[in-house]
Design a binder for this molecule. Structure first.
Ligand SMILES: Cc1ncc(C[n+]2csc(CCOP(=O)(O)OP(=O)(O)O)c2C)c(N)n1
Ligand SMILES: [Mg+2]
Length: 326
């Protein structure tokens, strides 16, 4: 079933925000304003947006290294995200985390990590917390096809299923782990095929279609909230850009052909969602343009805000290092 019209508009708005955020990141990275690695999410927007549209504000998400899109999809403020990338004090983590650490607890974003698969047990722990505290929030973790082979992933799925934790394991299968192809590194045709081994449902869905992702994740969320335990959702997607900005040597490795990339880019998730809205009389061309223009303006404002925000003071280095016992 299609989400209602305002929800469809909001999904498009968030996909546009992610796309323009990432385009801006690429621009400022190549200009030398943004330093260090950053992993563009362009091409995968429908996964984060479709999944987060099935969640409530208090539901938790955790991400990975390719995680600028996840917090934006969850409703995180783009100014806080941009300022964090630039290492500024108004960033989500006061400028001390950067690109791979965008946490905003006010909207359930637990954060991310550059250690592949390490957020999977963290999200599982959040699911355990919901159960122990008898709260009805669920926890969803985004991880890649490469991460799906890591021990932490298997251990988490086993434990979550055993204890019927309210967790959604969401694999973003973009078919590569840096330059290693899925076909050469995973023992099953689909990551979701592994779900029965843990005693949980596993579904593979078109990750370029936000509505399809939303539908599948909604079922997994309902199951988790009802106390029936976790699910594994595999979203088939494709990263349109290089693995990471600032890793030029990888660009020289011929791990995927230009034809393959061009073919995948024909299924742009923004185009697919826009076409679905036009076809279903959910939005007019003018309304779609308006959403795009407003999103562009919001990202331009976020960049301006981030540029004007100061760097944190050196004295703040050890603040927020330990949890407050109180
Ligand atoms: C434990 C660990 N091993 C290796 C790396 C290096 N590394 C960074 S990203 C990445 C690939 C991850 O692939 P995938 O999980 O499919 O996510 P994607 O980048 O495709 O979104 C690797 C191997 C790392 N950061 N952490
Ligand atoms: Mg991958």
């Amino acid at each position: 079933m299609l989400p209602d019209n305002p929800a469809m508009h909001e999904m498009y708005r968030r996909m546009c925000l992610i796309r323009y955020f990432e385009e801006t990141v690429i621009e400022i990275h190549s200009a030398g304003e943004l330093i260090g690695p950053a992993h563009p999410y362009i091409g995968e927007e429908a996964v984060a947006v479709g999944a987060c549209a099935a969640l409530r504000n208090e539901d938790r998400i955790a991400g990975n290294h390719r995680s600028h899109g996840h917090p934006i999809a969850k409703g995180g403020n783009v100014k806080g995200a941009m300022a964090e990338l630039l290492g500024k004090v108004d960033g989500f983590c006061k400028g001390k985390g950067g690109s791979m650490h965008l946490a905003d607890f006010s909207v359930g974003i637990l954060g991310e990590s550059g250690i592949v698969a390490s957020s999977v047990p963290i999200a599982t722990g959040a699911g355990l917390a919901a159960k122990v505290l008898k709260k009805d929030f669920v926890s969803l973790v985004f991880f890649g096809d490469g991460a799906s082979n890591q021990g932490a992933c298997h251990e988490s799925m086993n434990m979550a299923s055993l204890w019927k934790l309210p967790v959604i394991f969401l694999c973003e299968n973009n078919q590569y782990a840096i330059t290693t192809s899925y076909k050469n590194s995973v023992s099953v045709d689909n990551v979701a095929d592994r779900a029965p081994a843990y005693g949980m449902p596993g579904v593979t869905v078109d990750g370029q279609d936000a509505v399809a992702v939303h539908e599948v994740v909604s079922h997994a969320v309902a199951r988790a909230r009802a106390g029936d335990g976790p699910s594994l959702v595999e979203c088939m997607t494709y990263r349109f850009e290089d693995h990471s900005l600032g890793l030029d040597r990888i660009r020289k490795v011929a791990y995927r052909s230009d034809e393959e990339v061009a073919e995948a880019m024909k299924r742009d998730p923004l185009d697919i969602h826009r076409a679905a809205m036009l076809k279903g009389d959910i939005a007019t061309e003018a309304e779609c343009d308006e959403i795009e223009n407003a999103a562009r303006a919001e990202i331009a404002d976020a960049l301006e805000f981030a540029r004007n925000s100061p760097y944190p003071e050196p004295e703040a280095l050890f603040e927020d290092m330990y949890a407050d016992d109180g």
